[in-house]
Design a protein around this ligand. Structure first.
Ligand SMILES: [Zn+2]
Length: 246
């Protein structure tokens, strides 16, 4: 890709976010653009990140998952993005996801090098280390959104439902137990054999993880209250590839 083409793409990315901030893409003489930032293959810059609102950041991830589902990926030159981000990164969002091999955040939201922070642990919960990572992502590195991404058929959630005991995993699964306890009903079968129960726990786990971020990170709570960042959740379906935003 030529330098000129890169500049053009960067301009288009900035123009898109600027128009979002202006609230209207209908200025006389300008082409009408979508009412939200449009993602291109150009790496995020300090300017594009600064111009992005939390709502626009969330929309980029919604759009990215729609491209993924429709098979219309951006198909970017990743090495070009490596060259563009080698001296600095300006990701627009921080995602908390599971380690599941089917739920790679960059793939399922069609994001490239330098676009998102990706914090992953079995069961997509947060502990002090995850919270510290998210505080770095938002307060130090400028990300505008924290998205907690759960997924269907989660082995960690199933393990928590079944009270699995296995080395260090026992303690890991303890972080999901509050979600198991918080789901009422399903008295006939509260094990991993009950798919509806497992999914109810997965949904509750995303909800409680967002709540835990608010409760245990003063920095992120204040940023959210000021509107500097948004906290949101999503459930990824490993059968369809679709993320449902909560
Ligand atoms: Zn999982």
């Amino acid at each position: 890709m030529t330098t000129l083409e890169n500049d053009r793409r960067r301009f288009l990315k900035r123009a898109g976010t600027s128009l979002l901030l202006a609230g209207c893409g209908c200025a006389i003489g300008l082409p009408v653009r979508p009412a939200h930032a449009v993602q291109s293959c150009a790496a995020q810059t300090r300017e594009s990140q600064a111009a992005m609102t939390p709502e626009a950041a969330l929309q980029l991830l919604k759009d990215g998952n729609a491209r993924f589902v429709e098979g219309k990926l951006l198909s970017c030159d990743l090495m070009e993005q490596v060259r563009s981000t080698g001296t600095g990164q300006h990701p627009f969002a921080a995602l908390v996801g599971c380690i599941d091999s089917r739920a790679s955040n960059e793939l399922i939201f069609d994001q490239g090098i330098g676009d998102i922070f990706s914090a992953r642990v079995a069961g997509n919960f947060v502990n002090d280390d995850m919270l510290g990572s998210l505080e770095f992502a938002c307060a130090a590195a400028g990300a505008k959104l924290v998205l907690v991404v759960g997924h269907t058929e989660c082995g960690a959630v199933k393990g928590a439902c079944d009270d699995v005991v296995l080395g260090n995993l026992t303690q890991t699964l303890a972080n999901i137990k509050p979600a198991v306890a918080a789901v009422s009903g399903f008295e006939s079968d509260r094990s991993s054999k009950n798919a509806d129960f497992v999914q109810a726990v997965a949904d509750k786990n995303v909800e409680l993880t967002i709540e835990r971020i608010r409760l245990r990170s003063l920095i992120l709570r204040k940023m959210a209250e000021k509107g500097d960042i948004a906290l949101a959740g999503a459930m990824y379906d490993v059968h369809t590839g679709r993320a449902t935003f909560m």
